[in-house]
Design a protein around this ligand. Sequence first.
Ligand code: FAD
Length: 302
Amino acid sequence: MAHGTASSMTRAERFTRSLVAMIEAPTPTFSFEFFPPKDDAAAEQLWEAIRRLEKVSPSFVSITYGAGGSTRDRTVRLTERVLQETSLTPMAHLTCVGHSVTELRQVVGTYAAAGVRNILALRGDPQGGLGQPWVAHPQGLNHADELVRIVKGFGDFTVGVAAFPDGHPESRTLEDDVATLIRKEQQGAEFAITQMVFDVDNYLRLRDELARRGSRLPVIPGLMPITNARQVVRMAELAGQPMPRAVTDRLERHGDDAEAVREEGLAIATESARHLLDEGAPGIHFITMNRSSATLEVFGNL
Ligand code: FAD
């Protein structure tokens, strides 16, 4: 399938070609999300995945930002390495958790100096865990819209933000989530990526409500090809996002048959991706879990 491919671009072109142009183009973007590896074995597995996924020329790849100091340094190093050693366009996630504004500016400055031009500006979850109140760093920020403003202030960055079609756990209504996205857009956010989409109707409801309120923010759905039911249920729980029965029923039908669960998971992801693209979603953002096979299978089905 044709899409916003990056393969033929030189590094200089990758610096200047905006993600926004790719996202706004009529052909969908495909992007892949990674997390920084904990040790050498995990790094080896990640780089094998990166090399395999590089071959399908994704529009961009993103690298998540953890809670501790060492994992954060790994995000910065990995993002720089992807830019220097691959043909991929990286986007770095950045959160406000435990950071003063000065520290946030330092991280953004490091990216600017390295030539990284895309940042996903996030608040992050409360340090006490979901359900605990958010406590900002005394010299830090309370919400992602403030981080968007700071990163845009550097001048050089395309900035994305998070969206929650199933509702952010701290939001009371869809209206709260829509108002939050519009605030981020007003601060300069140019696109949003959603949490894992399990219910396409919820994605469409959020997107349509944004459009009804005059927003032009492209909202890219996040999709995780399920290969291990327990893992994805746990991830959804951690994110405060219960999985719909329609999905769990389909997985549970296969009991302990791991191969059948994997096949069902990939079928669900393929159906969701097709439905989303048919409905005009600007692209699909795959949560890869640092592996390539499942993502490549779903990508190949589209
Ligand atoms: P915010 O936009 O600040 O929203 C948090 C809550 O506050 C929402 O309920 C919102 O409606 C409300 N709100 C927002 N602005 C205001 C305001 N001005 N006034 C009053 N209320 C407001 N976490 C990580 O730690 N690392 C990652 O790499 C990471 N990557 C992610 C990628 C994606 C695509 C997504 C969807 C989430 C990711 N997260 C990551 C999780 C995210 O940080 C958490 O879900 C966090 O709780 C919310 O972040 P946010 O940027 O949406 O925050």
